[in-house]
Design a binder for this molecule. Structure first.
Ligand code: SAH
Length: 376
């Protein structure tokens, strides 16, 4: 999908003076309450502030009219609400908006809003780059720079929410942008706490999905956290030999361990598991591989999301032909697996992440950006 850039800025222009104020959205509820109490205020004002930012979309403390004036000034002296910029925005004709977000240190991440019927989903990044090294993915080509902070994760949600018309309501959140959310679990969970709170974005955990390459200890931590988020595991291969090649982190884990951890998550959360399988022509799309995959999954309560590969410039992988996609589908359906095949288009937010950032870096002509169907 080629999307025209409709807005672009210079994300790396140097700041003229250093701003030492803290990022408000990095504070947990308890931290903000404590700050308020330390400043002679009742803790319930934390709720008011979060309500202003997320529900009323107000980022200027002076506009928070139910706070005492002196407190508004103290807050403005101590905190910044928004620290990121929109480096570029691309829109597809099918209602998908992809935003390249500029971070205070010059880093960039992508996030996506997609419209599908009445559904409004956002796909959010958790890290700058990615350390998992999946060989077909653009996000990890240069490794990982750093984890995003809780506030930086929340700002992606805020700026995508701000793109909605008055008649639209944000309905789903997927942690499927750049990075491995389970490698930055504390900050991701901190952001999702706000996303699901009624003064925050008010999105039910049942409408929030965390996508992972499959890190068993972190999957267990997520299960023990107790909030029933949906878990999506990126499988991409039906056996260790191939998964070790495609998803190198698998070499130290193995499919059995990943599936066991996913099963434990299912037992604890009661949420149906999703497995993702990016279909790479001639690599993991044979009928034999389809049969192996069906064998792995048919006895589990899962949805298998098959996503035809979204080609990344410079990488040797291709989208399978329509005929081989159809054949693969038949094998899985015949094998008793609950399977969905996603179209590679703007409303498919499971698709390639990291390409807008990459291509922006490679070109000075913003109109040549090739943005990709983001995840669903
Ligand atoms: N690290 C997490 C979440 C980010 S990637 C994970 O691995 O799940 C989100 C999904 O997009 C993953 O399933 C990933 O494999 C897939 N993906 C990455 N590049 C893609 C591409 N070029 N085409 C299609 N899907 C891709």
């Amino acid at each position: 999908m080629n999307l025209p850039v409709i807005d672009s800025g210079n994300p790396s222009s140097p700041a003229t003076s250093v701003d030492h104020r803290r990022h408000l959205l990095d504070l947990s509820d308890e931290d903000l309450k404590q700050w308020l109490i330390d400043h002679g205020q009742p803790g319930f004002r934390a709720k008011q502030i979060i309500h202003w930012v997320f529900q009323r979309r107000v980022s200027d403390f002076q506009e928070m009219s139910d706070l005492p004036k002196a407190l508004r000034t103290q807050l403005a002296e101590s905190f910044r609400v928004l620290v990121t910029t929109q480096s570029a925005v691309v829109q597809s004709t099918d209602g998908t908006d992809k935003v390249l977000v500029g971070l205070p240190d010059g880093g960039e991440v992508e996030c996506v809003l997609l419209r599908d019927g009445s559904r409004r989903s956002i796909c959010v990044s958790s890290q700058v780059g990615c350390a998992m090294g999946c060989v077909f993915c653009a996000s990890g080509l240069d490794g990982v720079d750093r984890n995003l902070t809780t506030g930086e994760i929340l700002e992606q949600m805020l700026l995508l929410q701000a793109r909605l018309e008055d008649t639209e309501r944000l309905s789903h959140i997927v942690m499927m942008g750049m990075g491995e959310p389970l490698a930055n679990l504390d900050r991701v969970l901190g952001a999702l706490n706000v996303a699901r709170s009624s003064d925050g974005l008010g999105i039910s955990p049942r409408r929030i999905t965390i996508s992972t390459v499959g890190l068993p200890p972190a999957i267990d931590r997520l299960a023990n956290n107790g909030t029933p988020y949906n878990l999506a595991v990126s499988l991409h291969a039906p056996n260790d030999q191939l998964r070790n090649e495609l998803v190198p982190v698998n070499q130290k884990i193995g499919i059995d361990q990943v599936l066991d951890a996913a099963d434990r998550y299912f037992d604890k959360s009661g949420r149906r598991l999703t497995f993702e399988y990016v279909l790479l022509g001639g690599v993991n799309d044979s009928t034999d591989q389809g049969r192996q995959l069906a064998k792995l999954l048919r006895h589990r309560t899962v949805l298998l999301n098959v996503i035809p590969y979204n080609p990344v410039e410079g990488l040797p992988y291709v989208t399978p032909s329509k005929a081989s996609i159809a054949e693969f589908r038949q094998v899985l359906e015949g094998g008793g697996v609950n399977v969905k095949f996603r179209q590679r288009k703007g409303d498919d937010i499971d698709a390639a992440c990291g390409q807008l950032r990459r291509n922006r870096g490679a070109t000075t002509d913003p109109t040549s950006v090739h943005a990709v169907s983001p995840p669903r």
